[in-house]
Ligand binder design. Structure first.
Ligand SMILES: [Zn+2]
Length: 131
């Protein structure tokens, strides 16, 4: 006679009450943790950790949390540093431009002075001038 597995029956867990599919007549609990927790409850021994219901409540609370904003607060100091660096870079560029303009002005003033000297005294050149 061939082996015929017992058809599934829906039972309620004796510990948590959740419905589960049982293929065995004597199965009482939906999972091993309910079996162990029911044993703890019968014998008065305390469970080592939080109960399954507590863990499920924690998981549901975590799933209900909204995702964090895209700009993480951890990146705020980095953004502030980048802003300071950009400000310093802009100031250095401004100073370099000002230095260039000052150098150009000085060269123009010197050229005007030399031109005025040459116009006043057309004689010996700069090489023959006494040091
Ligand atoms: Zn159960």
């Amino acid at each position: 006679m061939p082996y015929l597995p017992r058809p599934e029956t829906t039972q309620a867990c004796a510990h948590c009450g959740q419905l589960f599919a049982a293929r065995h007549l004597r199965r009482k609990y939906c999972c091993n943790s309910c079996n162990v927790l029911a044993s703890y409850a019968r014998t008065g021994r305390r469970a080592a950790g939080p109960s399954k219901a507590d863990l499920e409540a924690v998981v549901q609370a975590l799933l209900a949390l909204t995702p964090p904003a895209p700009a993480s607060p951890d990146l705020a100091p980095v953004a502030a540093q980048a802003t300071r660096v950009a400000a310093i870079k802009g100031r250095l560029q401004d100073e370099a431009e000002a230095d260039g303009q000052r150098a150009t002005l000085a060269a123009q003033e010197q050229a005007v002075r030399l031109h005025a000297l040459k116009a006043k005294r057309p004689g010996p050149g700069p090489a023959e001038r006494p040091q």
